[in-house]
Design a protein around this ligand. Structure first.
Ligand SMILES: Cc1ncc(COP(=O)(O)O)c(C=O)c1O
Length: 466
């Protein structure tokens, strides 16, 4: 019998510990886990794109793989059981991270957040009596849910944004939609466009009116504690590379057990059925999470989760949130104080003015001396040349981008209709007369003040030379 390694996520004794307590040493953590950033002279500010993995995660995974024998979990061999044990430990670890356990929740492993959201989209019983309610601020992986709703004849309503990209009186739209006492509300806990933290109180508000709530925590969870006892969302989607960089290709749909009977899976696959018969034309899905996991799960990727969670636990989510929040304030202060020689502001920051409702994302455009937006792609190229990773564009979040850039709906529809197959961001900008993209700097575990200074220096030099 093979022994199954314990995957508690505790760091191996060879890894130097970093002082715990109130004053966590983030600089020491950066030297221990992310030394390659400074060795390579790179400034990484795209944590909402992906977190960076720590070196202890790489070592833990290398040791596990080198010493272990892991087979396809869909059998009864000892190698299969080793993989199954790893998967079950990982499910428990994910639930622990979210403040709940298997008595109330299921963890279904998926390829990423998009696949988790799609599992709900394709299985939720949308219909004339079950509408879909979406925030205008959503990643396209939630916007796409509307195609399933539309096909089922469900009404689709959008929660609008105000000028600071916060939800504008969402309760009244929920009240209007929830008259039938059923439907699905889907929104992100943190905007991947502006960093706006949307009110988690909406989860209870909507549920008390009979809606189910799908909460996208892909951008929120990497630097905030999430407690699903306090925030009882029915469906929660996340990607693990956004939490701790490795593994890629792995996410999860976390569901309340009491909502699972509502879902109707549209098909079955290897791994998700207890039985299927060709002659009898019958099948029965697996109970629980496995009924939602099509094909062979990413069992070696799942094996890497313990070390990632171990790293986050060592830091502590509250300390990480405070670290990211203080760096965000510093970056906002620096960017907003930049001026052209004529006194005109150099940077236009999008999103809430109230910094307590912003996560570690700062999205902005450079302005010229006359106040016109400098095309984001120019800044993106300059950042790349300076060894700085930021993201340019609309970040797969057209709703927040349209609100940020003041797109006018009729004009936008006309331009998109006219451009059709010839669409490029630049052509849309030319047609609509509005910006179509911005630069996003997003912060995380390894970020430090010199990363921010490097970005600010670049922008200052960029403005001086333009
Ligand atoms: C808020 C949010 N939701 C969903 C996604 C989609 O994540 P994935 O590409 O891992 O499926 C992202 C990715 O950036 C995101 O930021």
């Amino acid at each position: 019998m093979l022994s199954i390694p314990s995957r508690s996520g505790a760091l191996p004794s060879t890894v130097p510990a970093i002082s715990a307590g109130g004053n966590f040493d983030f600089a020491a953590l950066r030297r221990r886990e992310f030394a390659r950033l400074d060795e390579l002279g790179h400034c990484y500010l795209d944590y909402t794109g992906s977190a960076l993995y720590g070196v202890s995660q790489v070592n833990a995974q290398a040791q596990l793989l080198a010493a272990g024998l892991f087979g396809n979990p869909h059998s009864e061999s000892s190698t299969a059981r080793a993989s199954t044990a790893i998967i079950e430990q990982a499910r428990a670890e994910v639930l622990r991270f979210l403040g709940v356990d298997e008595t109330s929740h299921l963890v279904c492993f998926t390829a990423n957040s998009s696949a988790a959201l799609k599992l709900v989209a394709e299985s939720y019983p949308f219909g004339a009596d079950r509408p879909l309610l979406l925030s205008a601020d959503n990643h396209n992986s939630i916007n796409g849910v509307r195609e399933y709703a539309r096909r089922a004849g469900a009404a689709i309503r959008v929660l609008p944004l105000n000028a600071e990209l916060e939800l504008d009186d969402p309760e009244s739209v929920i009240d209007a939609v929830a008259t039938a006492g059923a439907g699905l509300l889907a929104f992100p806990a943190q905007s991947n466009f502006s960093g706006a933290l949307h009110p988690l109180s909406l989860v209870r508000y909507a549920r008390e009116r009979g809606l189910q709530v799908m909460l996208d925590i892909a951008a929120f969870a990497p630097s905030h504690a999430v407690d699903l006892r306090v925030c009882p969302a029915d469906f929660v989607a996340l990607s693990f590379y956004k939490l701790f960089g490795y593994p890629t290709g792995l996410g999860a749909l976390v569901m309340r057990r009491d909502v699972v009977p509502l879902l109707r899976r549209p098909w079955f696959a290897g791994g998700s059925v207890r039985y299927a018969s060709v002659q009898a034309d019958l099948h029965r899905l697996q109970d629980g999470a496995e009924g939602f996991e099509d094909g062979t799960p990413n069992f070696l990727g799942i094996a890497a989760l313990a070390a990632g969670f171990g790293l986050l636990r060592e830091v502590g989510m509250e300390r990480l949130a405070a670290h990211v929040a203080s760096l965000s304030v510093r970056l906002l202060d620096s960017l907003q104080s930049l001026r052209h020689a004529n006194g005109a502001p150099l940077v236009l920051v999008y999103g809430p003015h109230d910094r307590t409702v912003r996560g570690g994302v700062v999205t902005f455009n450079l302005l010229d001396q006359q106040g016109a937006v400098v095309p984001y792609a120019t800044v993106e190229v300059a950042a790349r040349d300076a060894g700085i990773s930021v993201r340019g564009g609309c970040f797969c979040n057209p709703g927040a981008a349209e609100a940020a850039f003041g797109q006018e709906p009729a004009r936008l529809a006309q331009c998109l209709g006219r451009l059709a197959d010839g669409f490029t961001p630049q052509r849309l900008a030319d047609c609509s007369g509005r910006a179509v993209g911005a630069i996003r700097a997003s912060l995380g575990l390894a970020s430090n003040a010199s990363d921010l200074d490097r970005l600010v220096d670049l922008l200052t030099r960029f403005a001086a030379s333009s």
